[in-house]
Design a protein around this ligand. Structure first.
Ligand SMILES: Cc1ncc(COP(=O)(O)O)c(C=O)c1O
Length: 397
């Protein structure tokens, strides 16, 4: 699938909206919308004459979604859990990695709440040290993070990109160095997954956590958790639900109708990431959305999307520079992905007023700050084109 076809999967563009806000809440792709509609339409009837048809049909959808996610991560489907959000993944892994009171966990002061919150809560409860890596005008290098680590560091938790500057974190340097030192890396990948290729062999981490409602163009409330097979083999998930396991006999539908079934029977929980799902009746619309939209992204090709967004970013940065606006995102294409952040003169109110004026002109962007750094955040994704960039620039004149 080429980029023009990809764009046509998002009807908002044909309706004249200049949508540049994937880093906030992305558009739902039309194939995902249609598939979820079909599901909803079937829920109001009883298409197969039995009330639990959806478990059979969409249990398969969930398996397929794990397979596509695995392909995009260069991992096995069995290493992937479908979870509610980035936060759900961050908690699933963050609550089970042991940290003793005399040890520490390293975070970035500019990072997102989903990364920091589980560790802040645990540190307050368990007494271990949190080390906050500062930034220079929003930039954090792998060396900054490594310099904060010592022999007592157990975990580093970071996002793949700074959500208020668009600067990529150099995970290719960071991840292998941490692994060598025996420090667990936890990655929040929501702001780059679907735009920047991932290979969990090249960028080893205990876990990757990704919500589906931004760059994956799916619905809110469904995302992915990849768990390193070694971690999954040696750690129990903190939440255990029956559907994440296998019944003692047959399939679940057979077990439920078997007079010998009892809750005292053992359930087998395979020691793999997939078992880290909540394990109650899951969100089928979430899985349907993820499968349809990730299949679309995969058909375009994540490397193609990355090359495209970097070209659009170069065009946007040149236009912003030309207008004398300050750009916080690194100029070098290989240090950025889809997020470009710039500022108009003035403080937070001036940024909000400028973003509101852009929205009036049909250009959708956000204002975001963290730890004093940020501005107007523009998100460029595969479906965007040069005309979107030019429309934003023209709206600033
Ligand atoms: C870096 C980062 N992580 C996570 C999230 C969202 O987290 P969740 O999926 O838990 O809502 C965002 C949303 O803005 C984000 O920017």
């Amino acid at each position: 699938m080429n980029l023009t076809e990809f764009r046509s999967a998002f009807p908002a563009f044909a309706d004249g909206v200049c949508f540049l806000d994937w880093a906030a809440t992305g558009l739902l792709s039309d194939p995902a919308r249609r598939a979820i509609h079909r599901y909803a339409d079937e829920l109001v009837s009883c298409p197969s004459g039995e009330s639990t048809w959806m478990h059979g049909v969409h249990g398969k959808t969930r398996s397929e979604a794990r397979s596509v996610a695995g392909r995009l991560l260069c991992a096995r489907a069995a290493d992937v859990a479908l979870v509610e959000s980035t936060t759900a993944g961050m908690n699933a892994i963050g609550l089970v990695l042991p940290v003793r009171p005399d040890e520490n966990v390293v975070l970035m002061s500019i990072d997102y709440l989903a990364v920091a919150t589980p560790w802040k809560t645990r540190a307050a409860r368990e007494g271990f040290e949190l080390r906050w890596v500062g930034h220079r005008e929003g930039l954090v290098t792998a060396d900054d993070i490594l310099a904060a680590c010592d022999a007592r560091t157990r975990v580093v938790a970071v996002s793949t990109i700074c959500w208020t500057t668009g600067a990529l974190i150099d995970l290719d340097t960071l991840a292998p160095s941490l692994r060598e030192r025996g420090i667990h890396l936890i990655v929040d990948g929501i702001q780059t997954f679907g735009v920047v290729p991932v290979d969990v062999m090249r960028t080893p981490a205990a876990a990757w956590c990704v919500g589906g409602h931004k760059w994956l163009a799916s619905v809110l409330g469904a995302g992915l958790l990849y768990v390193d097979p070694e971690i999954a083999a040696t750690h129990q998930p903190s939440v255990i639900g029956f559907l994440a396991g296998r019944p003692a006999r047959g399939q679940w539908w057979e077990w439920f109708s078997d007079p010998d079934s009892s809750p005292r029977e053992d359930i087998e929980f395979p020691p793999a990431g997939r078992t880290w799902e909540t394990g109650g009746t899951p969100s089928y619309p979430g899985a349907i959305g993820l499968l349809e939209s990730m299949t679309l992204l995969d058909a375009v090709g994540v490397p193609t999307i990355l090359e495209h967004v970097r070209e659009l970013g170069t065009r946007l940065i040149a236009g912003l520079d030309h207008r004398g606006l300050s750009v916080l995102t690194p100029g070098e294409p290989d240090r950025r992905a889809g997020i470009i952040v710039f500022r108009v003169s003035g403080g937070g109110d001036a940024q909000r007023a400028a973003a509101a004026a852009l929205r009036e002109a049909g250009v959708v962007v956000s204002v975001r700050f963290s730890d004093g750094v940020g501005g107007i955040r523009v998100s460029l994704h595969g479906p965007n084109d040069e005309a979107d960039v030019d429309r934003l620039l023209a709206a600033l004149d």
